[in-house]
Structure formats: structure tokens, C-alpha cells
Design a protein around this ligand. Structure first.
Ligand SMILES: *[C@@H]1O[C@H](CO)[C@@H](O)[C@H](O)[C@H]1NC(C)=O
Ligand SMILES: *[C@@H]1O[C@H](CO)[C@@H](O)[C@H](O)[C@H]1NC(C)=O
Ligand SMILES: *[C@@H]1O[C@H](CO)[C@@H](O)[C@H](O)[C@H]1NC(C)=O
Length: 440
């Protein structure tokens, strides 16, 4: 594992030289960021609205202002009993978590306009994409000598690598992401969940025998490494071939073999996510990210988000090793109060619950623009959507891109970006994006 990380860093270092050439022209890292008084006003207004929203919806959580308009601490009531211990340090989880609102608002708003499925056009367009990136998405990819034999790498990725993005931003209207928490058995959310346009599930979550609680509908399933290796079992959980399986990590030879031989009829893709740092890594968060990149609104069920949890159980199996539950709860509350998601849980079970004091769309936009300037994001403050592109390439011809949805919101978004597809670039300075534009 260590060795792999080292190899990864080395690849990154050798890749950066090439990438810098591309970003030098479009981003300016010199001088202090230029924020107008409107920008400063937007950031300070976001802080205060955010604080009110957390108090109104956070079931005891409070948001405390940090040293500046970006920093915020989410604090649990002092009588909260943390139960999770870090297995390495043996320390109990704390009750206060620091977040950077500016980072969060800038990065998450970008997710809403991004494509988060790995495609062939992405690897082709990425400078040295086949040499420096492709092998990282293949299990034991370090043995491939940076895809020295490209044919071999293509062969390994072929079954999970569409030429063009299969989905576009705003393709679906109302979406629900369903976690696996045992809490789900406390409400019969089934019918409510089935009323969404698209439902996202995770790992081995079954529907059979639980439909009253978790619904009968499913369209997407996010898979971590373990579940991806048991692709055949996962594919049996829902009507044959129906769910789209999104693998967070890498393609494995075992998976290729199953897809071919079982055979697995479901579309299987690899996810291409933004980097949020260590704050946000679990499958649940990745499912939210994926949903946010193709839906207008995202509601969440079955995440352990209520105070006073006793143990972590899955609704379909014994308790398991949890991980940083209080941190997760605080993070989801931040997302709700940035207008990204709506939380449903036993303590927030009214389907008509309104998230109180959530900052308005116009305030979020103003704060996002101000944050981009402050953080020196590529294209900050520009009204040209392509200003955020640090790498631009022509779209692959061939199978014409399916903007299969005729939803007005999706079509309007395509017009706004002039048919451009925007992909996140992990670990890229200024969070620039890789953009592919229509080849006319
Ligand atoms: C590259 O990989 C392909 C596909 O597995 C194989 O047929 C070919 O012999 C390999 N080429 C070399 C030079 O190893
Ligand atoms: C559902 O319940 C039946 C009867 O108890 C059982 O045989 C079956 O394995 C269950 N299905 C799942 C997916 O747990
Ligand atoms: C995302 O796209 C919408 C148009 O659909 C636009 O109004 C908004 O500014 C874009 N957001 C970002 C972060 O570029």
C-alpha cells in the first residue's frame, strides 16, 4: 500500500510539469485576491445565515464563527456522548468540527455542473492521461509501468469506460440517496422514496423484505472496493441488469471476468470525483456527489444523523465498525445548510419539513463567486463558463452525445455551457476543470 502511494506521488510529480503549461495562461496566482465590497458582504451574510440555519435544523448543533468569514466550527451540545474511538489513537471522537464554508460552497457548487463518470474522452484529453492517470484506475495498476502497453490498459478499462458521458447535469429532477443505516427501520419511508425520479443506493443494500422501509425503486448504486469485487452478488440485488453500478475505486480483473462471463448486464462505470480532502470520503458522500452532478435536488435517507445513536447498525445486518459518525453528521448538516441536500431521518421524518433559514439561491451564488476569488480558483468571477477550464479539448466524435433527457433544466444548462462537458481534476491547483467542447 505504501509503495503504491509513493508510486502515485511520483506519477503526480511527473505529470505536473506537463499540466502547468496548460494552466499558466488562464490563472493568476500572483497578488492578493481582489474582493469587492459586495463579495465581502456575501461571505459575511453566508456565515450568519448558515449559523441560523444550523441552529434551526441541527437538532442541537451550533455553528460558531471562526477567525474569518470562511471558518466555521460546528459544535455538538456538551452533554453529547461520543462513542466512536479512533482505532489508531484510541481517542474518542471530539464534539467540535471545523469546516471552511468558502471551500465547501465553491467546490460543491462546481460539482453540480460537473461530469462525475470516468470516460475515454477524459483520459484522452488529460495530458499524459494514459501514462500518468489510467493505471491508477486499474487494480494493481502500478505493475503496468504507466500503461506502457496502452492496448493492454484499454483492454482492462474497456468494459467500464464509455466514450462520452452517459449523464448530464440536471438530467433528473428530484433524487434520493439512500444510506444503509439501521435507522431506516424506524420509519416506513418506502412509498415516499419511490416518489423520487431517481434513487441511489450503496454497496450491498437489499430491497427485498425491506421495501416498506426503503422503497422498491433503484437506479444507481455506488460501490466501494469490497462490493465492487462481489459485483455478481450486487448485480442480483435488483431486477436483472437494471441498476447502473458506479465503482468508486478501480477496475479489477475479477470484475472484468464477471462482466463478461456471468454475464453482468448492468452498465458499470468508474466514478471521477472532486477532491474534498479528508473531510469527505465515504461511499455515502460519493453517492451524494454523484447525485448532485446529475439532479436538481437531492434528498437523503438512511444516514445516521440523529443525536443519541447507540451503535451503528445496517438495516439489513449486524452492527459494524462505524467511522467518525459525529464528524459525518456535522458535515451533512453543513451540506443541508448550504442548500445542497435535504435530510430525512427518524427525527426529521415529516416529508413536508422545510429546511429553515437556508441561505437563498442568490446568496449562495454570490458567496460562491466571492469564495472562488478568495481561493484563487481558476476563472473566478468570470461570467464565461469556460473560464473555469484549465484544459480544453475537442469532444470525441462517434456515438453522438446523448442528452437523452429533454428536461428543460438540462437543456438550458447545456445551452449555458455551450455543450461543454466539465470534469473535475483531482489535486489540481485552483480546482480547474478539464473541459471537452463540441467539435464543430
Ligand atoms: C500489449 O497487450 C496486448 C493485449 O493484451 C497484447 O496482445 C500485446 O502482445 C502486448 N504487447 C506487448 C508489446 O507486450
Ligand atoms: C427475504 O426473506 C426470506 C424469508 O425469510 C428469505 O428466504 C430471503 O433470503 C430474504 N431475502 C433477503 C434479500 O434477505
Ligand atoms: C452552473 O451552471 C449554472 C447554469 O446551469 C450557472 O448558473 C452556474 O453559475 C454554474 N455554476 C458554476 C459553479 O459554474
Amino acid at each position: 500500500m505504501r509503495l503504491l502511494q509513493l508510486a502515485f506521488l511520483a506519477a503526480l510529480a511527473s505529470g505536473i510539469g506537463a499540466l502547468l503549461v496548460y494552466i499558466a495562461g488562464v490563472s493568476n496566482f500572483d497578488g492578493p485576491p481582489r474582493l469587492s465590497s459586495d463579495d465581502l458582504e456575501a461571505l459575511s451574510s453566508l456565515q450568519s445565515h448558515f449559523g441560523k440555519c444550523v441552529s434551526a435544523n441541527g437538532l442541537g448543533l451550533q455553528a460558531l464563527r471562526g477567525r474569518d468569514d470562511c471558518e466555521v466550527s460546528l459544535q455538538f451540545p456538551s452533554d453529547t456522548v461520543p462513542k466512536w474511538k479512533d482505532p489508531k489513537s484510541g481517542k474518542l471522537e471530539g464534539l467540535t468540527f471545523d469546516f471552511n464554508l468558502c471551500e465547501a460552497v465553491a467546490t460543491w457548487e462546481q460539482v453540480r455542473n460537473s461530469t462525475t463518470v470516468l470516460t475515454r474522452e477524459y483520459i484522452d484529453a488529460l495530458p499524459n492521461g494514459w501514462r500518468d492517470y489510467a493505471w491508477q484506475r486499474i487494480n494493481k495498476g502500478a505493475l503496468l509501468n504507466q500503461c506502457e502497453n496502452k492496448t493492454l490498459c484499454i483492454e482492462k478499462l474497456l468494459l467500464v469506460l464509455p466514450d462520452n458521458p452517459p449523464y448530464t447535469p440536471r438530467q433528473y429532477s428530484r433524487c434520493a440517496v439512500i444510506g444503509n443505516s439501521g435507522d431506516l427501520l424506524r420509519n416506513k419511508f418506502g412509498e415516499e422514496i419511490d416518489s423520487y425520479d431517481a434513487v441511489f443506493r450503496e454497496n450491498g443494500a437489499p430491497l427485498e423484505n425491506f421495501t416498506e422501509y426503503v422503497g422498491t425503486k433503484s437506479m444507481f448504486r455506488l460501490l466501494n472496493r469490497g462490493s465492487a469485487k462481489a459485483l455478481d452478488k450486487v448485480a442480483e440485488l435488483y431486477e436483472k441488469g437494471k441498476e447502473v453500478l458506479i465503482v468508486k475505486t478501480t477496475i479489477h480483473d475479477i470484475m472484468n471476468k464477471m462482466i463478461r462471463e456471468v454475464p453482468i448486464l448492468n452498465p458499470v462505470y468508474l466514478m471521477l470525483g472532486a477532491s474534498f480532502g479528508s473531510a469527505a470520503k465515504g461511499t455515502g458522500l460519493k453517492a451524494l456527489e454523484f447525485a448532485l452532478s446529475i439532479c436538481d435536488t437531492v434528498d437523503m435517507y438512511g444516514f445516521t444523523v440523529d443525536p443519541g445513536y447507540k451503535e451503528w447498525t445496517r438495516y439489513f445486518s449486524e452492527s459494524r465498525q462505524g467511522h467518525t459518525p459525529l464528524h459525518g453528521r456535522a458535515y451533512y448538516q453543513m451540506m443541508e445548510c448550504l442548500g445542497l441536500i435535504k435530510i430525512h431521518s427518524p427525527m426529521r421524518s415529516d416529508p413536508n419539513r422545510i429546511v429553515k433559514s437556508v441561505p437563498s439561491r442568490s446568496l449562495i451564488t454570490a458567496a460562491r463567486i466571492a469564495s472562488e476569488k478568495l481561493l484563487r480558483r481558476v476563472g473566478a468571477g468570470s461570467s464565461d463558463p469556460l473560464a473555469k477550464c484549465s484544459i480544453i479539448a475537442k469532444q470525441i466524435k462517434g456515438k453522438s452525445k446523448q442528452v437523452s433527457s429533454s428536461r428543460k433544466a438540462a437543456v438550458e444548462h447545456q445551452k449555458y455551457v455551450k455543450g461543454t462537458t466539465m470534469y473535475p481534476l483531482e489535486h489540481h491547483p485552483g480546482h480547474g476543470q478539464l473541459c471537452t467542447v463540441p467539435s464543430r
